[in-house]
Design a binder for this molecule. Sequence first.
Ligand SMILES: NC(=O)c1ccc[n+]([C@@H]2O[C@H](COP(=O)([O-])OP(=O)(O)OC[C@H]3O[C@@H](n4cnc5c(N)ncnc54)[C@H](OP(=O)(O)O)[C@@H]3O)[C@@H](O)[C@H]2O)c1
Length: 268
Amino acid sequence: MQQAKIAVAGATGRLGRHVVGVLGAAGHKVVPISRSAGVDVITGDGLAEALTGAAAIIDVTAGPGSGQRAATGFFTAAARNLQQAGERAGVARYVLVSIIGIQKSTGGYGSAKLAHEQAVLAGPVPARILRVAQFHELVGVLMDRGRRGEVIYLPQMRTQIIAARTVAGALAAMATSSQAEFAAARAAGSAGAPVPELAGPREENLASLARLIAARRGDQARIEEVTAADPDSQAAADGSLLPGPHARLAGPTFQEWLATQPDSGSAG
Ligand SMILES: NC(=O)c1ccc[n+]([C@@H]2O[C@H](COP(=O)([O-])OP(=O)(O)OC[C@H]3O[C@@H](n4cnc5c(N)ncnc54)[C@H](OP(=O)(O)O)[C@@H]3O)[C@@H](O)[C@H]2O)c1
């Protein structure tokens, strides 16, 4: 696709800011969608104006809650509103980020993302999904969330973690691919091909990565692994949510990425 106008829903988020950066660097015109930019995917405020003239929507939104009910409510409403406003504005493509392994989900956030995927695919604008691994940027966020005094509690998790910037590049490529490529990939999906997956170069353990960040921060906190409340916590711990054999792998490794972070990976 030549340089185009692309709407990024969730433009200010951990992933969205990189999507905006990658598209801008490639010369595309980016329309940022977020409440801080005056556009709300739940109430619909500002959505019609934002999508006018857009060739594609990249959906990297996330709501306030990670529980199944709250997250499902947010994602399905956001998908419905973006799809309907997108159709009215003549948007030709919808690209959604999702999470590797959610087809095995038994509840919680994974099931909410599955509902997100289904709501996006049910809409009138032709859609493609990219399932990705956890972001490098998530480790510092989970550490801050899990801190109780001098102990940091983290869920047991095997993850083939990836840089948000790498995911952003793949989403941008999907949204701006040729018409033939976009249509062929959708046809393959309808014929039963697995949903594309993108993960980092190697499997890591969440707690071990957190210890690397703690060492760089000079943080003396003890890091303890716990069983999380999420219904998929056992699957995360035993490796069931790692990428499938068809996944594309891309760097940098977590260690390479961390070495480039001026704030020791805490910015999210
Ligand atoms: N984090 C991970 O490791 C990971 C891994 C795989 C997939 N994902 C998926 O990637 C997506 C993005 O995750 P993230 O960590 O980048 O999320 P995030 O940092 O929480 O960003 C969420 C974005 O959504 C926007 N937003 C929230 N409510 C909105 C509303 N009502 N209207 C318009 N915009 C709204 C926020 O902007 P405002 O607050 O300004 O509205 C922000 O730009 C999610 O769908 C997540 O499931 C995440």
